[in-house]
Design a protein around this ligand. Sequence first.
Ligand code: 13P
Ligand code: SF4
Length: 310
Amino acid sequence: MKPEQLKETILKLKDDQNAVILAHNYQQEEIQLLADYIGDSLDLARYSAKVKENVIVLCGVDFMAQTAVLLNPDKTVIIPDPEAKCPMAAQLPAELVREAKQKHPDAAVVLYVNTLAEARAEADVTCTSANAPLVVNALEEKKILFGPDRNLAWFVQRRSDKQIIPLPDRGYCYVHRMFSPADIMLLKERYPDAEVLVHPECDPEVQQLATHICSTSQMLLRAKASPAKRFIIATEVGLVERMKREFPDKEFIPALETAVCEQMKLHTLEKLYLALRDIKHVVHVPPEIAARARAATERMLEISGRATSD
Ligand code: 13P
Ligand code: SF4
């Protein structure tokens, strides 16, 4: 099928199947343009909790689709390419969380949503890059087991008096580890008027060069609100494409053109079409795990929502 015909067919199928298409900010442009909603992990979780349609097509990685399943036990969640699995989420097996809990019985467990549901079932609460310090500081416990991203743990530690214990010791996102302070310094020298927006999954040395450290959707909000005309963006390049499209009067410079999340890019229009046509690649979370992981996710939404309405 030609691209235009494929798009029209998907839109028609979407109605026939009573489906909604949600896409993460890192998705390819062709998917973003077709989606009903584009956002960061927190946006997608919040939005998915409110959808009326029976089928949710989640164009993102495994943990994002699992969040939609947790929040919508009665709906069908499908993922166009089931191989879209976040390597960082796989770095924290549930067993490791259980062992750490035994070692630190007085600690609360806060897990980044970039974690698989089985591990999230062991958490007291989850968080995203948009609300991690808020969630941690809302808890009573003074000691926090935090995983899997070591850099996000560092970011949170700088904004909290609590003792943050990273779990595992060195969890990381391979895409955000690609940014180097030297590259950012060079761009800052070339564009001294630019704001530097950095994702908290980047190394501390890169975070220290930022004007703002934020989630992908918070970067969009900052680009919109800021008087600056130029921005250096240290996150996956899919977001830079969205920024260019939505704010054509501003300039967005990727801190690294090759910062591509291969897993996010696995989804294509063709795969979306086939998954929607056949309602295939349905994401399942076993009920006993889902109940506990849902509680941790809902607690995060509750803390986040409270902050928004304050
Ligand atoms: P955001 O929630 O900031 O979009 O981050 C998700 C992610 O996978 C970053 O690598
Ligand atoms: Fe996972 Fe990193 Fe890709 Fe985000 S960018 S989905 S954390 S590998």
